[in-house]
Design a protein around this ligand. Structure first.
Ligand code: CA
Length: 237
């Protein structure tokens, strides 16, 4: 008899699992734990958690392979990658393969719990009336179309598989056609972060990934364009 959201922790270091468990439960979440990648993937599929905290270096199957397998199976569960501070490349790779977010170790528990909350909220939010009215009339460009009821995106009649974040970035930009947003704006509007730090790079990676999916020629995009030095916009002529 509980509406508590469930967070699956996939991490092989028991002391980290314990402290995550303690803090998440104190914040009102239920938790599940897996200590290797195979068990993590199995629990992700069987227990249908609301969010997954995913370590990269794991026995049996690493975090990237777990995330990739989840996305290939069609799961859109929010995934936050836990990565070591020095492994800069991991952050980008994690986002490329469909993670929603990453947090670097050692992390503050306050920050981690805040990010868990923000990522779960995004996926459970029902759009306000004004937003859905705008979305219903969402301009599409060329052969790109967006069905905001089914959360599906089509190009030339073919469904495109987007992660939740890619979808939100696309619909946000598309519902404000030709308006340029800086990466900091997008971080606040789409990622719901009140701070940005170095994380604006997340925006670039997500834009690149989105272009690879929706553009016929990602190197010469026609939908999401860059205004050099200013930001990104959805182009409608
Ligand atoms: Ca590890």
């Amino acid at each position: 008899m509980s509406n508590a959201k469930t967070v699956l922790i996939v991490e092989d270091e028991k002391n980290i699992v314990d402290i995550l468990k303690f803090n998440l439960q104190r914040a009102g979440y239920q938790t599940l734990e897996a200590y290797d990648g195979e068990d993590g993937l199995e629990k992700a599929e069987s227990a249908n958690p609301d969010l997954i905290l995913l370590d990269v270096m794991l026995p049996k199957k690493n975090g990237f392979d777990v995330c990739r397998a989840l996305r290939q199976s069609g799961s859109n569960v929010p995934v936050i990658i836990l990565t070591a501070r020095e492994e800069e490349a991991d952050k980008v790779l994690g986002l490329e393969i469909g993670a929603d977010d990453y947090i670097t170790k050692p992390f503050s528990m306050r920050e981690l719990v805040a990010r868990v909350g923000a990522n779960i909220r995004r996926t459970t939010m029902t759009p306000p009336a004004a937003a859905s009215a705008a979305a219903a009339a969402m301009p599409v460009s060329g052969d790109l179309s967006i069905n905001t009821d089914s959360h599906q995106v089509f190009r030339a009649g073919k469904a495109i598989d987007l992660t939740q974040r890619e979808y939100e970035l696309l619909t946000f930009l598309a519902s404000h056609p030709n308006k340029v947003y800086s990466r900091i704006d997008l971080m606040e509007q789409v990622w719901n972060y009140g701070y940005v730090g170095d994380d604006v790079r997340t925006v670039d990676v997500t834009v690149r990934r989105l272009r690879e999916k929706i553009e016929a020629d990602p190197a010469n995009p026609v939908f999401i364009l860059t205004r050099r030095g200013a930001g990104y916009y959805f182009s409608v002529k």
